[in-house]
Design a protein around this ligand. Structure first.
Ligand code: M6R
Length: 617
């Protein structure tokens, strides 16, 4: 995690760095700091524990100016979130400063060795060794000194270094966590993620693992760790800078929830033949013949993306009749998994940089399985490792709690399921046309769900003092129960569990009492008779919870008159095909979690102990 920003050019660096850090704060907010080269040829360093606003205040009280510099926002791994441990970190002379995202795994051995050589350490961090390693080679040009240092590191790193002795130069290096270089007019930027730079340039170079970038006001050069020159392509980023603003909403999370109709529409359009019902996945470098030959599908992901994967299993198995296994990115590679080249591996990640998911993807690849990414960030590592990507066009997601990326992942999985079904001859034209029409109606139905926000707010008011919640669902609704529980946990700090409704009698029924809210997903596609059985069983679950005096919140489809009659609170959503209902039914749960968290005074966009992108294992 952690966010890095660097600037070289003629403008004042501090406001540019602070603004970039603001947009990267989702990556970590335990402390922040910056270093700039000042007119008096010294390095001006300011650091503060806690959120970026503390650093801004520190700079207001003790201003600093310079025309090139680096900044950092931290998610603590090694060392407490104190000011001393805040980046940038210095060498003994104070001439070299480093900001770092990642983990130096051999830092203790390096620290012992450097201490024995006379270096003095002042922090508890792993990062500080990098500054001292660069110092050891400080008689060389800065880029050579950085190369020398990074070759001694094991672990993962994205870092930016500047030196008082080499004005107008920043050296950045990447092995693992992302780094993007922004190209301006006689000014250049480096950052952990695109939104940090969008206000200054849309022309960006995504650094590869093993790249060094040398930024000066004259231009940027790329080399490998041995100093060999590299050519790196420039990409034009189409995201509008306004997409990374709150746009009048109180929180990014709220704005992102309300963007879902647009996001799902953008993810769908251009991929569906509205008359023919055909699905087009042009970005994918796997031929229809190869798609036909796969014997199974495996989906790898973490967190919310893993919940999307679980729902994807229902979609792909029903529409394409091919077996699907779902694995946690963080578990997969530790059991010597059995993988074959006849298996398609789908990797789902909003950020495209989750370390566990990436490592799992590499394991599957190395064992011969072609990988396909479902991802929100163009050019991210996971997409570059894959044989193609289905991009979710959610736009930048800043709130730590994933919302619009999730509904777009469900949409992309539905498209993939249909594509597999068509390619493999399991989905005929009539059914394809029906499903495409249903999918195209989803954004409008999302608008309807969002228009009932006052209902979710009122429910949040009634339930925000609860200490535990249960979320229950069956079939494709079970992953949504998990996701509803995760949303509530991460932003309101209320303990919540998602459970398959049918498993309640095997233990969790013991938890039910008059204080426990139980959210039950009882929506069904009323046009499909086969959805009735599961629905009836879910209604029985509602009765069982009521019999034990639990507080039932039922999510039902409009026109429902069975579940609604027994539940204490009813949330209605429009009906659609069962496989598309998850896209609608998660939205009230997102908003319920949001309103509860706001009532409890929680920091919705930056919940404690979390960061948006988990780039360490
Ligand atoms: O970027 P990714 O989709 O790979 O991230 C995976 C998880 O870290 C992420 O979904 C996390 O669970 C969210 N905070 C949930 O809201």
């Amino acid at each position: 995690m952690c966010g890095i920003v660097g600037y070289v050019g003629e403008r004042k660096a501090v406001p540019i760095i602070l603004e970039g850090l603001k947009r990267l704060e989702y990556r970590g907010y335990d402390s922040a700091g910056l270093a700039v080269y000042c007119d008096d040829q010294t390095l001006g360093i300011r650091r503060a524990s806690g959120k970026l606003r503390n650093l801004e205040e520190a700079i207001r009280l003790d201003p600093v100016e310079g025309s090139f510099g680096i900044g950092h926002t931290r998610w603590a791994t090694h060392g407490r979130p104190t000011e001393e441990n805040a980046h940038p970190h210095r060498d003994c002379t104070g001439d070299i400063v480093v900001v770092h995202n990642g983990i130096v795994e051999n830092y203790l051995a390096l620290k012992d060795q450097l201490t024995a050589e006379g270096h003095r350490f002042t922090t508890e961090t792993d990062t500080e060794v990098i500054a001292h390693l660069v110092e050891k080679c400080s008689d060389k040009p800065l880029e050579d000194a950085v190369r020398c240092a990074v070759k001694q590191l094991s672990g993962v790193f994205a870092l930016a270094v500047l030196s008082r002795k080499h004005p107008n130069k920043i050296v950045a290096a990447r092995l693992g966590p992302p780094l993007v270089v922004g190209l301006g007019d006689h000014e250049f930027f480096v950052a952990s993620d695109v939104p940090a730079l969008l206000n200054h340039t849309r022309d960006m170079v995504f650094m590869n693992d093993g790249d060094i970038a040398i930024l000066t006001p004259e231009g940027v050069r790329f080399t490998d760790f041995d100093g060999r020159t590299l050519k790196r392509a420039t990409q034009r980023i189409l995201w509008d800078p306004l997409m990374a603003e709150k746009g009048g909403y109180k929180h990014f999370m709220l704005k992102e929830i309300f963007e879902q109709p647009r996001a799902v529409r953008d993810t769908t359009l251009g991929r569906v033949g509205q008359g023919s019902g055909r699905i087009f996945l042009d970005e994918v470098d796997i031929t229809p013949k190869q798609f036909q030959a796969f014997k199974s599908v495996r989906i790898l992901a973490c967190g919310t993306s893993w919940h999307a994967a679980l729902a994807g299993k229902f979609m792909i198995e029903r529409l394409a009749r091919i077996p699907v296994e779902v694995d946690y990115g963080s578990e997969f590679r530790y059991r010597n998994p059995i993988v074959s080249s006849h298996e398609l591996t789908v990797v789902i990640s909003q950020s495209g940089e989750t370390a566990d998911t990436l490592a799992a993807q590499r394991e599957a690849k190395q064992k011969g399985s072609p990988t396909l990414a479902i991802c929100n960030v163009v050019g991210s590592m996971i997409t570059r490792e894959a044989k193609g990507a289905i991009y979710t066009h959610a736009g930048p997601e800043i709130g730590v709690a994933s919302t619009k990326a999730f509904t777009c992942q469900l949409t992309a999985l539905f498209l993939l399921a249909m594509y597999l079904g068509q390619t493999r001859g399991h989905l005929d034209e009539a059914e394809s046309q029906r499903l495409v029409q249903e999918l195209l109606r989803v954004p409008g139905k999302l608008e309807t769900v969002l228009s009932h926000d006052s209902v979710y707010e009122e429910l949040g008011r009634k339930l925000h003092r609860a200490t535990d919640f249960l979320f229950l669902g069956r079939g494709v609704h079970f992953p949504i129960a998990l996701e509803g529980a995760l949303k509530l946990k991460e932003i309101s700090y209320i303990h919540a569990e998602g459970y398959p409704a049918g498993e309640m009698k095997h233990g969790p029924n013991a938890l039910i009492d008059e204080k426990l809210p139980v959210v039950i997903l009882a929506a069904r596609d009323t046009t499909r008779e086969d959805s009735r059985t599961l629905y009836e069983k879910t209604v029985s679950n509602i009765q069982e919870v009521k019999a034990r005096e639990g507080i039932v919140v039922a999510i039902v489809c409009e026109g429902d008159n069975e579940a609604s009659r027994v539940a204490d609170h009813v949330i209605q959503i429009p009906t659609t095909d069962d496989l598309l209902l998850p896209i609608l039914e998660i939205v009230p749960l997102q908003l319920l979690a949001y309103h509860i968290a706001v009532r409890r005074g929680c920091d919705v966009d930056q919940p404690r102990n979390l960061a948006k992108s988990v780039t360490v294992e």
